[in-house]
Design a binder for this molecule. Structure first.
Ligand code: GTP
Ligand code: MG
Length: 248
């Protein structure tokens, strides 16, 4: 299976601009997976979070990319180990390998493309059926800047009447609430809402559960979420450096 091994290793090192003082406690490792239709902006969201950067016309992800970023929230220090999956349908069958044992999932759709919310809903169903039952799922409507830009250009229109927006915020928020998901709208382009996604996930993760299961695996249990994919060289991707900077 091919992966963006070269790029993802480079991307995995957080930029100095993202640094804040390190928390005194040792970071808890949290495996997070991004899922969603092709071109909704999954890679762009992660690059914004990890590298504080945005690239127009990104190449589609092939296989998956791996990045890490630390996040200090309240008294919690978390190191996200992020699997950014490819949205193209031909890669769908690989997804279980990435969401298996994940403690968090970010399911992304594009606010300007109604069909991408349907795809996001089908990912949520699959996660609820097959992923870790304690997984924290965030539903994220991306490309908010396109809606804001259209509203600014059409000064006479009432707020919220933009024809560019195809997914009303209330509709997605109601779906998220009834399905027990966190909900956000973001722009990877401007950075709006992006850090919030990860810091709210960091607050919602049941850390005690993760610590207990990793203690169990050190004592011979088999529940360690990192064992399958984090081995150096697995899937052609090497786990990058310690991601010692922090984004939130
Ligand atoms: N205007 C705008 N464009 C965005 C935003 N996020 C991503 N894009 C653009 O949308 C295109 C697809 O972005 P990607 O991040 O590659 O999308 P992806 O979901 O990772 O796609 P796959 O890897 O194929 O699954 C690129 O041209 C990005 O520049 C955003 O917030 N606003
Ligand atoms: Mg991608």
């Amino acid at each position: 299976m091919s992966t963006q091994s070269t790029d993802s290793q480079r991307e995995a090192t957080p930029s100095p601009a993202a640094s804040t003082p390190a928390a005194p406690t040792k970071a808890v490792q949290v495996k997070l997976v991004l899922l969603g239709e092709a071109a909704v902006g999954k890679s762009s969201l992660v690059i914004r979070f990890v590298n504080r950067d945005f690239q127009e016309n990104r190449e589609p992800t092939i296989g998956a990319a791996f990045l890490t970023q630390k996040c200090n929230v309240d008294d919690r220090s978390i190191k996200f180990e992020i699997w950014d999956t490819a949205g193209q349908e031909r890669f769908h069958s690989l997804a279980p390998m990435y969401y298996r044992n994940a403690q968090a999932a970010v399911v992304v759709y594009d606010v300007t493309k109604a069909a991408s919310l349907d795809k996001a809903k089908s990912w949520v169903k699959e996660l609820q059926r097959q992923a870790n039952p304690n997984i924290v799922i965030a539903l994220v409507g991306n490309k908010l800047d396109l809606v804001q830009q259209a509203e600014e250009e059409d000064e006479d229109a009432e707020e919220g009447t933009s024809t560019v927006r195809q997914v009303p915020q209330e509709e997605a928020a109601a779906y998220a609430q009834e399905s027990g998901l966190l909900f956000f709208e973001t722009s990877a382009r401007t950075g709006d809402g992006v850090d919030q996604v990860f810091s709210d996930i960091a607050k919602s993760i049941p850390l005690e559960h993760i610590l207990a299961s990793s203690r169990g695996s050190r004592q011979g249990g088999s529940n360690n979420p990192r064992i399958d994919l984090m081995r150096e060289g697995a899937n052609g991707v090497r786990a990058p450096g310690d991601g010692s900077n922090c984004a939130c």
